[in-house]
Design a protein around this ligand. Structure first.
Ligand SMILES: [Zn+2]
Length: 507
């Protein structure tokens, strides 16, 4: 490689690096980043079915037939799915909740409310999509007619099954967008009234600052545009929702709009929680007539004190209004949330540099950690982990639910909402559900002349990656959600906590 190319390559590398920093400080981890394989649920629809030279290959035929059978199983279970309700024994725990799904692990939907809002079986659907992609998409139609799983059915009449169906799908999308706005408003109100109740004469100013931040957040539904390109640009190449730090917005992707009410309440209140998480609070915000609230990042990048009018002031880690919650969460050794000290971080990066001396990313990281640790230590760009931000956002959502169910007198409605609240986590992380999808994946494991990916190991890698970005689902439920007394009551749990549960952290 000539000198010139090398230099150009470095320039591009530096550009990507600076972009990467922006990403890390401005985006909170999307809910679905937890399992990258889900990308394929959506990604695969961009791939048109290709003329396949392998059709006469015996191995190909075996795999083709197996997938066909799985698609039929999915289609049949989707057709016969109906409303169901969750049951949890008095000894409430994540593991108890998982028992709800025993017997339905190989169905397309794991839960449905009485209005048809559903929790899809993402691991299973993802396995089949991966397998189809691996065979170069030999099937013309999606296994299930559900635009929330296969958004091409919102865009393309052929995929939707006709013009009438396309129109129906689009109307449904608009209806669900309006419902999401209502649930968002509810989550915002409950978060604010929860914060109000935690106010006392000594912390009033701080509580007001938190409330102002929660109030400033807007919900945006990602646009479909012409399909995959627009969706990917919006961060919606997979079912997703995230808090966009730079613009103070929660973005919801179309694929999550048909989730049950309680599930959306959990997702939206968690994302709202990121508007006051310890990384977001380290930045100030200005209000702009055109753009709304925008994050001020120049101190982080340049250490400069640019002059702008501040609407929402920044907090240093020492003055954080949420520091009691953070230290309480960090003291829970089950969850591994502690942020390493500055010197430990630098030592670790230097160790990495010793084995990878040419890596410009590591050099930039040492610089960032030296310069920015004091103010931004809770941001993953500095600490290298996001678990504390995520656990804190879960704390906010658990408190918002606690507020919601303590105001409601209808016990069965409370139970329904609370059961639905944890569904998303259970649906991707209950061992029995994961086992079902990995059984299908092993059954599909086939040597396609090394053309096919190893579906099973991809799933395993993904759950490894998930551990680095979010606390384990079991901990999110047992150590945070079920420590709140009203949530326990709503779900019908014994009022005293068991050893499985963590401390109820307070502001
Ligand atoms: Zn999050």
């Amino acid at each position: 490689m000539g000198k010139k190319t090398l230099r150009n390559k470095n320039r591009i590398g530096n550009f990507l690096l600076s972009f990467q920093w922006l990403f890390w400080i401005s985006h909170s981890r999307p809910i679905f980043m937890v399992i990258f394989a889900f990308i394929l649920v959506i990604k695969s629809w961009a791939l048109e079915s290709l003329p396949n030279e392998n059709l006469n290959d015996q191995n190909y035929q075996i795999l083709f037939n197996k997938i066909e059978k799985m698609r039929q199983t999915l289609a049949q279970s989707a057709q016969s799915s109906g409303p169901c309700s969750g049951k949890v024994s008095e000894n409430c725990s994540f593991l108890e909740i998982c028992k709800n799904f025993s017997g339905s692990e190989k169905e397309a939907y794991l839960y449905q409310d009485n209005k048809g809002h559903q929790l899809p079986n993402y691991p299973l659907l993802s396995t089949v999509s991966q397998a189809e992609a691996c065979l170069q998409k030999p099937f013309l139609k999606a296994p299930i007619q559900d635009p929330f799983l296969y958004p091409e059915q919102f865009i393309n009449a052929g995929k939707a099954g006709g013009k009438k169906e396309l129109k129906r799908n689009r109307n449904k999308l608009e209806k669900e967008k309006r419902r999401a706005q209502e649930i968002f408003k509810d989550a915002q109100e409950k978060t604010i009234s929860m914060l109000h109740k935690k106010g006392n004469p000594s912390n009033l100013g701080q509580i007001e600052a938190l409330i102002a931040r929660v109030k400033s957040v807007r919900l945006e539904s990602a646009e479909l545009g012409d399909g995959e390109v627009t969706l990917s640009a919006a961060g919606c190449e997979m079912p997703n929702a995230f808090y966009q730090r730079e613009s103070d917005k929660v973005v919801l992707c179309p694929q999550v709009l048909n989730l049950p009410e309680g599930t959306l309440f959990q997702i939206l209140s968690h994302e709202l929680g990121h508007s006051i998480d310890p990384c977001t609070l380290a930045f100030s915000y200005s209000k702009n007539k055109m753009l709304g609230y925008t994050q001020n990042t120049s101190e982080f990048f340049f250490g400069a004190n640019e002059k702008y009018e501040i609407s929402l002031p920044a907090f240093s880690p020492q003055s954080l209004p949420i520091k009691n919650v953070l230290s309480c969460l960090e003291s829970n050794k089950e969850m591994d949330l502690e942020v390493p000290s500055q010197s430990v971080l630098i030592q670790n990066i230097k160790k990495e540099m010793a084995s990878d001396p040419e890596n410009p990313y590591l050099e930039a990281r040492v610089e960032q950690v030296s310069k920015n640790y004091n103010q931004y230590k809770y941001c993953s760009a500095i600490s290298g982990q996001e678990n504390i931000q995520e656990a804190f956002a879960d704390w906010v959502s658990a408190e918002a639910l606690n507020e919601k169910v303590s105001n409601q007198v209808n016990a069965s409605q409370n139970k329904k909402v609370t059961f639905e609240f944890q569904l998303f986590m259970a649906g991707i992380d209950c061992e029995n559900i994961k086992k079902a999808s990995s059984e299908w994946a092993s059954d599909l494991k086939h040597d396609q002349k090394n053309k096919c990916i190893d579906i099973k190991s991809t799933l395993a890698d993904n759950s490894e990656a998930a551990k680095r970005t979010h606390p384990k689902s079991q901990d999110r439920v047992d150590q945070i959600l079920l420590t709140k007394p009203e949530n326990r009551k709503a779900l019908g749990c014994l009022q005293s906590q068991t050893a499985a549960h963590g401390k109820n952290c307070e502001l």
